[in-house]
Design a protein around this ligand. Structure first.
Ligand SMILES: [Mn+2]
Length: 312
């Protein structure tokens, strides 16, 4: 059941023991959003498998205690935050659950007790509306977590909407925060393994030209998302990075703003390809990921063909 932000409090109030759960490799938007909800409405904060480096840094900065791989059976309700497909939850078994999310995928909605999902630039903006509409006050830490989540998901406001700027201003006020302090929580130098992976991905990249579009593909067995993002920063319109993880292949994709504006939808493309190979995929128009059975080379080939078809 789709609910609106002011209804969240009444729905969550029906459950005694609530878990706020972040996706695997939990990023600042997931951590900041789940933390604020947990602080405002009570319950436990957790993530599947691990936190991203910036997610970890934010958790430290706001003093969030994040449990890793909790047991679903211990809770009456699991609120899945910033998560839209099951693959992001690994082996965690969802039974009684709700969703608060800003992605385009519908996969988790049908079986949810209730959900709020809308195409906002960050989950943090939705959570801030929930807090305001429920008359909950945000502590300094809650406001900082939400603001850092927004900064991270909007690419430091490069992809921000007017609404996002308004929300950011409200969060600065509510928490008595310095913008610089919020930026600091995100400015970690990439570690050496990540930089090596990205440089290798760039060195191995193949570039195909489709009319005036450049599509880059590469194989790297870690940091696929960062590698794809780096290839777009280097000049590709669309980039795919694939890696083998046990018997599954993970593909991350990024696109330039222009490619997304001209109709490219990476979430749709990866969802389709993943489905054809017994996997799952999704995300946003310009940033998406999938996991499925298959070899990196042949899956990348399919990605390339679909992109070429959907670009003007
Ligand atoms: Mn997010």
């Amino acid at each position: 059941m789709l609910i609106s932000e002011p209804e969240f409090g009444a729905h969550i109030g029906k459950y005694g023991n609530v878990l706020y759960l972040c996706h695997r490799n939990a990023d600042p938007d997931a951590i900041g959003s789940a933390f604020a909800l947990q602080q405002a409405f009570g319950g436990t904060l957790a993530a599947v498998d691990d936190l991203s480096r910036t997610g970890e840094a934010l958790a430290d900065a706001i003093g969030a205690a994040v449990e890793i791989n909790p047991r679903a059976e211990d809770y009456d309700l699991v609120v899945v935050v910033d998560t839209s497909v099951r693959m992001q939850l690994g082996d965690f078994h969802l039974a009684s659950y709700a969703v608060v999310d800003h992605h385009l995928d519908k996969g988790l909605l049908e079986d949810a007790k209730f959900y709020i999902q809308k195409p906002s630039k960050s989950a943090a903006e939705i959570v801030w509306t929930i807090l305001k509409e429920s008359g909950r006050r945000a502590s300094r830490e809650m406001a900082l977590g939400l603001l850092v989540g927004m900064i991270s998901d909007t690419g430091r406001f490069r992809r921000a909407s007017p609404e996002a700027f308004r929300t950011a201003a409200e969060l600065l006020d509510a928490g008595g925060l310095d913008y610089e302090e919020a930026l600091q929580a995100l400015s970690l130098p990439a570690d050496i393994p990540q930089r090596i992976a990205i440089l290798k991905a760039a060195a191995r990249a193949k570039v195909d030209r489709q009319r005036d579009w450049l599509i880059a593909t590469t194989v790297i067995n870690s940091f696929e998302g960062s590698a794809a993002m780096a290839l777009v920063d280097l000049g590709a319109d669309v980039a795919f990075a694939a890696g083998k993880h046990f018997n599954l292949c993970r593909v991350s994709a990024r696109a330039s703003r222009e490619a997304a504006r001209r109709g490219l939808n990476l979430a749709e493309i990866l969802r389709e390809i993943a489905r054809a190979h017994g996997g799952e995929g999704g995300g946003h128009r310009a940033a998406a990921a999938m996991e499925a059975r298959g070899e990196p080379g042949s899956l990348l080939e399919e990605c390339k063909i679909k992109v070429a078809e959907s670009l003007p």
